[in-house]
Design a protein around this ligand. Structure first.
Ligand code: NAD
Ligand code: MG
Length: 399
């Protein structure tokens, strides 16, 4: 019997983190939770420590780390508590860890996810923002340090499953791929009259028809910026030029994405919309593992619909394609401005329709440079946040 593989979950208290723990708990003979991390909710991480007994627990917020430390001691739980960015990077690179689930939301996940790649781990990538910001550096780190990169985003996991083994070395052309068809549900406002979009509330935006997710990605799904980020993510993961990536709206979220080959074949991955499926796939690959997801009953499936995306209604999609075409730090600028705009919308400081406007403004204002080092990316990220905040500060909430 092999030793269980050590796993670190970056962002264990979030939607993906909790789903990952659910899958791991089904297979205690195969996996061992080594480290769990959260931002500032020490209560939630304390409960996870009680249930999963990791060796390490990291809180990004140092005050929350102290609270966690005190309460773990009181409960006689032998968990080593670490704090801040250094703590996150350390647990991403521990020698006893083989798999790192990168499930922190936003740019905050970049450094620990990169640390996992540099330590040659299997990186289970949910944190798409990290790849959007730092695509060339991240992919180079994976190659140089012999890391394995497995996509968790349901679409990219589906595409990975529809590509032949070894495609990463040979490239899409050698694999005979004509197009990658990235499906998306169209979000909660797919059919909402255009003039009502300015009035939608954060709770309406977060009520996704098929998936229950964290609030940031839920808003991204509503603006379709999530699909935009996913186009950039697909570009890096599969070395796919933008013109070979096509978005198809598929409201039922049963087909998670497709790959079209030059002979006319189209391979699709289907399943009940449940993130435990891609999580189990990436944990076990190239084997398979029970995930707890419900199985599809084809006789009960209603019709599957497909539409072209509405670029006019959802400018985020066009902005992402443009940022990818521009290259350099443009995707990092797009991502950072979007994070600021989404946060402002969730705090009701700007309207829903302001989100793409803020992103467009930042892309116009911040100079794009060639991605040479991490410093270049972090500078672009900071400049874009500043530009986005400027836009927001000079507008009333009515705009
Ligand atoms: P979430 O908001 O539910 O969870 C985020 C996690 O990150 C939490 O554990 C939180 O404590 C941690 N975190 C937040 N800010 C942090 C910071 N500054 N420093 C350290 N930790 C921090 O988000 P989620 O829905 O689980 O999404 C996580 C990532 O996975 C995102 O990048 C998202 O795009 C991606 N993703 C999610 C889903 C989904 O179904 N939820 C699907 C595909 C991709
Ligand atoms: Mg997705």
């Amino acid at each position: 019997m092999n030793e269980p593989l050590g796993v670190t979950i970056l962002g264990s208290t979030g939607s993906i983190g909790v789903n990952t723990l659910d899958v791991l708990a089904r297979h205690p003979d195969r996996f061992r939770v080594v480290a769990l991390t959260a931002n500032h909710n020490s209560e939630a991480l304390l409960e996870q420590c009680r249930l999963y007994q990791p060796q390490f627990a990291v809180m990004a917020d140092p005050v929350a780390a102290e609270q966690l430390q005190t309460r773990l001691r009181a409960a006689s739980q032998p968990v080593e508590v670490l704090a801040g960015a250094a703590g996150l990077e350390r647990v991403a690179a521990l020698p006893e860890v083989r798999h790192v689930m990168a499930a922190i939301v936003g740019a905050a996940g970049l450094l620990p996810t990169l640390a996992a790649a540099r330590a040659g781990k299997r990186v289970l990538l949910a944190n798409k923002e990290a790849l959007v910001m730092a695509g060339p550096l991240f992919m180079a780190a994976v190659r140089e340090h012999g890391a394995e990169l497995l996509p968790i985003d349901s679409e990219h996991n589906a595409i990975f499953q529809c590509l032949p083994p070894g495609f990463a070395n040979a490239g899409l052309e050698a694999a005979g791929v004509r197009r990658i068809l990235l499906t998306g549900s169209g979000g909660p406002f797919r059919t909402t009259p255009l003039e009502q979009l300015a009035e939608v509330t954060p709770d309406q935006a977060c009520a996704h028809p098929n998936w229950k997710m964290g609030r940031k990605i839920s808003v991204d799904s509503a603006t379709l910026m999530n699909k935009g980020l996913e186009i950039i993510e697909a570009h890096w993961l599969f070395a796919a030029p933008p013109e070979q990536i096509e978005v198809v709206v598929h409201p039922q979220s049963v087909i998670h994405s497709m790959v079209e080959y030059m002979d006319g074949s189209v391979l699709a991955q289907l399943g009940h919309p449940d993130m435990r499926t891609p999580i189990a796939h990436a944990l076990a690959w190239p084997q398979r593992l029970a995930s707890g997801a419900t199985f599809l009953d084809f006789t009960q499936l209603s019709k599957l619909e497909f539409q072209a995306p509405d670029f006019g209604r959802f400018p985020g999609l066009q902005l992402a394609f443009a940022a990818l075409e521009t290259g350099g730090t443009a995707p990092a600028i797009l991502n950072a401005a979007n994070e600021i705009a989404v946060q402002a919308f969730l705090e009701r400081r700007v309207r829903f329709t302001a989100i793409p406007a803020v992103v467009e403004w930042a892309l116009e204002r911040v100079a794009v440079s060639v991605v040479e080092t991490l410093t270049t990316i972090l500078a672009a990220d900071a400049a874009a946040r500043m530009a986005a905040n400027e836009w927001i500060a000079t507008r009333t909430p009515e705009q």
